[in-house]
Design a protein around this ligand. Structure first.
Ligand code: PLP
Length: 296
């Protein structure tokens, strides 16, 4: 596998990041993950805009403009032979290390950020999950992704532990719940419910990452004349929903067919979820950048 690290395309086995890197030592960095459709990124500009916004919150320089990122992606696609597959691209920016100052507090601009881009094929299992639906587990209150949940930082441990809990319980995703018992999001996705023909999703200001796919689904729903409430939702709302689904850039829309051992709704992907999956796929085809000449 070829990866991009600080200006170079190199074999992943050769890639090295400093032991003083702030991402490694403190989780001092940000990332984004997006889907490439047969080599073409969906919503690259929006993902980079969010990455920069979140980096700014950490006073972290992002030495990568949109055109450079697009060019690197083309090279990564070609180098990894993923022109005809869908890919999962991760862009990670972390605080460059300074051996003389391992806990940098001032003049942060002087440290060149570490820029890493990795690309792998989207696992085949995701298409199966999209067709058949997934089981999720509902975590205990107090399972939010740390105290900066609105930022996609490298402090991934709460989400990782949540996913491990889900895996141990035979589930594909974990649903996180705030200290005061509100539904928040999945460990790696946003959450939507369907009730009485309307969509419901936890309010964005509630301590979650309001993802790009969530935004896309909200505008798709508005265009299709489907009402959507952004509001406080409780675990009981999930259990009583007619349908529910998770949303994220790489896994797209995954129907939830069971919560732990309880079937959700009819226990199969529901009609509203199917309709939105179809509409999302149509949107993808229109929103992708035009196929360019093959990268050299
Ligand atoms: C915690 C969390 N919430 C939501 C999302 C969905 O975000 P997006 O739609 O931008 O991929 C993700 C994606 O990885 C996530 O990790």
């Amino acid at each position: 596998m070829q990866v991009y690290l600080n200006g170079n395309l190199i074999d992943a086995a050769e890639a090295r990041v400093s032991v003083w890197d702030g991402g490694y030592l403190y989780g001092d960095g940000v990332y984004t993950t997006l889907r490439l459709y047969r080599g073409r990124p969906l919503d690259l500009a929006a993902h980079l805009e969010r990455l920069r916004r979140h980096a700014t919150a950490l006073a972290l320089p992002v030495p990568l403009d949109d055109a450079e990122a697009a060019a690197v992606i083309d090279r990564l696609v070609a180098a990894n032979d993923l022109q005809n597959h869908d890919g999962r691209l991760r862009i990670t920016i972390s605080r460059g290390g300074d051996p003389g100052d391992p806990l940098p507090l001032h003049d942060l601009d002087r440290l060149p950020s570490t820029v890493l881009m990795t690309l792998a094929a989207v696992p085949d299992a995701f298409a199966l999950w999209a067709r058949e639906g997934i089981r999720v587990c509902l975590l205990e209150p107090g399972s939010a992704r740390g105290n900066l949940p609105h930022l996609k930082t490298l402090n991934g441990l709460p989400a990782l532990l949540a996913q491990r809990q889900a895996a141990a319980r035979g589930c594909r995703e974990a649903i996180l719940v705030s200290e005061d018992g509100r539904l928040l999001e999945g460990a790696v996705s946003n959450l939507f419910l369907v009730r009485g023909g309307r969509l419901q999703t936890p309010a964005g200001a509630d301590g979650l990452l309001p993802g790009r796919t969530r935004e896309r689904i909200l505008s798709l729903a508005a265009n299709l004349g489907i009402g959507c409430d952004r509001r406080r939702l409780d675990p009981a709302d999930l259990l009583a929903a007619d349908e529910a689904f998770t949303a994220s850039s790489v896994r797209e829309i995954l129907p939830i067919v069971a919560v732990d051992d309880r079937p959700l709704g009819a226990g199969t992907p529901g009609p509203m979820t199917r309709r939105l999956q179809g509409a999302y796929r149509e949107l993808v085809e229109t929103a992708l950048p035009a196929a360019g000449p093959p990268a050299v």
